[in-house]
Design a protein around this ligand. Structure first.
Ligand code: NAD
Length: 339
């Protein structure tokens, strides 16, 4: 079997999880990750026996002074890899496109970059084939991935006339020092928010509007969604559609899961790596249908829901598996999703 050589630029929240996920695939291998500073995460990479590269050549001395063995610079890594997963902060990935193009390596960007820069955005279910053999693709953000996971199957079965989603966003990731709100709720004043147009990079036909507020929690995003369906379905019909697709998991308030805190506790109880939940979590007793209008809540674990999508995106761009569902099932088996 062909093994694809994957390099990761940016070993932070998404980069670390991507590295771990790729290490579990039999058709890909990690050839290295980059760090800017000789931080604890740089030490973690060495401990995990992942070759470490310096993102900015001038910083090599700082790593040497800390006795951290580096295998070269970002350019060396890019030249070694078949594909780079760019996991640098939003807006930074675009600055590396020139380098990836110069070397002729394929690259996956994250949701913090613009769709136009990559030219194609990715979701495993909705448009796996649009990235087939592509040089560049962008895995959409955690929120957009969450919205598409539940809306795409509904649209296929019932048709969707219109969607409104209110996003209650986590203020920062748990390990983040920046951007965290201590005691405030901050509405996004640019309305409607960018999340709707981002969903439309993958489902351009969908009539969707979004609003968002940032809240003082680090755990998960919660989406409050109202969808007008073209064809009527009961709550049981809706749940059975979601039950038939991977990467959606049900929880129930009746069983004591009333908040994001208990969802994260469940992830830890299930022994999920890092306490992550890569599925989108839907409250089965929070689904209601009135006429053709559907109301539901879902929770998105922002640090991890995009990770299986990144693995599938590599398979599509590297032409490793033509069948989207086969790639999804392979990824999910390897990552323990659905257990
Ligand atoms: P992060 O800050 O946790 O990690 C970014 C990493 O890139 C850090 O290790 C940082 O040192 C490194 N870095 C910074 N500048 C660099 C440079 N010039 N060259 C190379 N490396 C550099 O960020 P993250 O949360 O992992 O986000 C990465 C991307 O993923 C963003 O586009 C973000 O929008 C997207 N994303 C984030 C989340 C989330 O909730 N964390 C979810 C989905 C998508």
């Amino acid at each position: 079997m062909m093994t694809v050589k994957v390099g990761i630029n940016g070993y932070g929240t998404i980069g670390k999880r991507t590295a771990l996920a790729i290490a579990k695939q039999d058709d890909m291998e990690i050839v290295g990750v980059t760090k800017r500073h000789p931080s604890y995460e740089a030490r973690l990479a060495i401990k995990q026996k992942i070759p470490l590269y310096v993102a900015v050549e001038e910083d090599t001395g700082a790593f040497e002074r800390e006795d951290l063995p580096v295998s070269g610079t970002l350019r060396d890594l890019v030249e070694k890899a078949d594909i780079i997963v760019d996991c640098t902060p939003g807006g930074v990935g675009a600055t590396y496109k020139k380098l990836y193009d110069e070397v002729g390596v394929k690259a996956i960007y994250q949701g913090g970059e613009d769709h136009a820069m990559a030219g194609v955005s990715f979701n495993s279910f909705a448009n796996y084939h649009e990235s087939w053999g592509a040089m560049h693709s962008r895995v959409v953000s955690c929120n957009t991935t969450g919205l598409i996971r539940t809306l795409y199957p509904l649209d296929r079965v019932f048709g969707i006339e219109r969607v409104f989603a209110a996003l209650v966003r986590r203020g920062a990731d748990p390990g983040d020092r920046r951007g965290a709100l201590l005691n405030a709720v901050e509405p996004s004043l640019k309305l409607p928010t960018h999340h709707g147009p981002d969903v439309q990079t993958i489902m351009p036909w969908l009539n969707i509007q979004t609003m968002a507020v940032k809240t003082p929690t680090t755990m998960m995003h919660i989406h409050c969604i109202v969808a007008d369906l073209k064809r009527k379905g009961s709550d049981v019909d809706i749940l059975s559609v979601w039950d038939s697709v991977p990467r959606i998991k049900f929880v129930s308030g009746r069983h004591g899961i009333k908040s994001s805190a208990q969802i994260m506790e469940l992830a830890r109880d299930l022994g999920r790596s890092r306490g992550d939940f890569m599925e989108i979590i839907v409250w089965e007793d929070g689904v209601r249908v009135e006429g053709k209008t559907l109301y539901y809540y879902q929770a998105v674990h922002q640090e991890s829901d995009v990770i299986p999508e990144i693995v599938d995106c590599i398979r599509s761009m590297m032409k490793l598996e033509e069948d989207a569902i086969r790639s999804i099932r392979k990824t999910d088996r390897s990552l323990g999703i659905g257990k």
